[in-house]
Design a protein around this ligand. Sequence first.
Ligand code: AHR
Length: 543
Amino acid sequence: MSPVNRRDFISRASALGLAPLAQGWLSAAQTEEPAEPATPRAFIDPQFRVSRLDGNLFGSFLEHLGRAIYDGIYEPGSPLADADGFRTDVLAQIRELGVPIVRYPGGNFVSGYNWLDGVGPKNDRPTVLDRAWDTIESNQFGTDEFMEWCRKANTKPLLGLNLGSGAAKQAGDLVEYCNLAKGTKWSDLRRKYGHEQPYGVKHWCLGNEMDGPWQIGHCTAKEYGLKAADAARQMRAVDPSLFLVACGSSGPFMPTYLQWDREMLEQCYDVVDAVSLHRYFNNTSETGGDSRHYLALNLSMDRQIEEVAAVCDMVRGRLHTPKRLHLSFDEWNVWYRATDGDGHKQVAPHLLEEVYNLEDALLVGGLIITLLRHSDRVRIACLAQLVNVIAPLMTNEQTVIRQTIYYPYAWALHNCRGDVLRPVVESPTYEVPGVGPFRSGGLGRVPYLDLAVTHDGESGKTCLLVLNRDLDNSHELEVIWRAEAPTRVLTSQVLTGTDLKASNTFAEPNRVVPRALDAPELRGTRLTLQAPAKSFSLVVLEA
Ligand code: AHR
């Protein structure tokens, strides 16, 4: 168990008044009084483009934690495993999802991980105590197994480096092991272990949550920034083509939030490509259990993105450099029930096995809208995590099931293509009460409807994602195209239900699943759709 666990730290920071209490975590725009339209409307113009959608915006994360790797994706001896020990049913689900990039091997785990323990003949690999999660780590799954798993899952790696207990040199060694063809100590070690071809790993995280006292090797922002710069230089000497993510703040609850980002960037701005953001949402301390408030929390993710981007740009200005940093939102999800991270020195213990309900899925839908809204700046994002541990997929020995949050994630992966557009949305609003440790008072008004739009010029397909935060009423939304209106509705589905707390379980895996949305009407340049109370909808149209 880490000396201070993340959740304890959040509560302590809040109790001490260290959390950014007075900041009002909803978007500043929400504090203005918008004109209340009689009916919600959204205007779409393909010229109003946020970005070309980056393939890495809907990535995910697998950590050596609980049953994510062992008994999650890797279970040798199981009738469901292939010759490599990979769970074929889980692989099939992940391939079907089409996850573009997967962060690995942590998380907190990475800060105590020696990657050399996880390569070579399996019989020779040491069994060690993972001190981040107090768990026995057999090292039977390591870097080479992950690369092979990525190949089979049809995804790319986002490799985490140990900048906690590990040295910058070891980071460079791992890049050499993974990316150099041959003729050096580490590339030849990979070949000796049976992997002739280099992996060509492009995306790397320079450590994990180094601002957090719970992190192995926690240090000051300046110390971390210097170490990250050293690692980045050594890694780029091996392979100049890398995309490197520096560790930003662990979240807005940190007393050093934004200050950490500024101080560490002052040391490493020139040699990194992006800064990481992390965020886990809850329907307790942040909201007092008020679901109307909970469904508005994606707006606080908008604000977090804008704030971290502002700090990056401030450092850029002070350095007089033309280089603009990207953001990597490489941990985001709902997480607040299964928070005990103590593995009690067990192998693959049941840790962080959060069971998600309908309202969590609706918020995840909202968080996806937020990521799309900021897709010009957020170039990588990872739903944390993918299997068993705070995850959309859950396994037991016999099967794998889809949790509620699987559905909005799958919709985004399957349907968002091409350009992300910026719709102009007019919506009636509601008051969110100012409760919880991250709040200081009235939060102003929040729109009932939130919306994201993508448009793929090549296929002519347009995708609308619509969140209705109204718990009691459906809303008729009129969508008006200013140009290039589609001609046909291809699909319309909705995730909704009467019970916000309903979940999927192994006994009842299809309790919360999408259903057809009452046919939206498309007349000329106008589409009318009924967004049911407490719902997240998908509409796909074609030209
Ligand atoms: O995703 C679970 C944990 O949350 C990760 O290990 C850590 O980075 C974060 O605190």
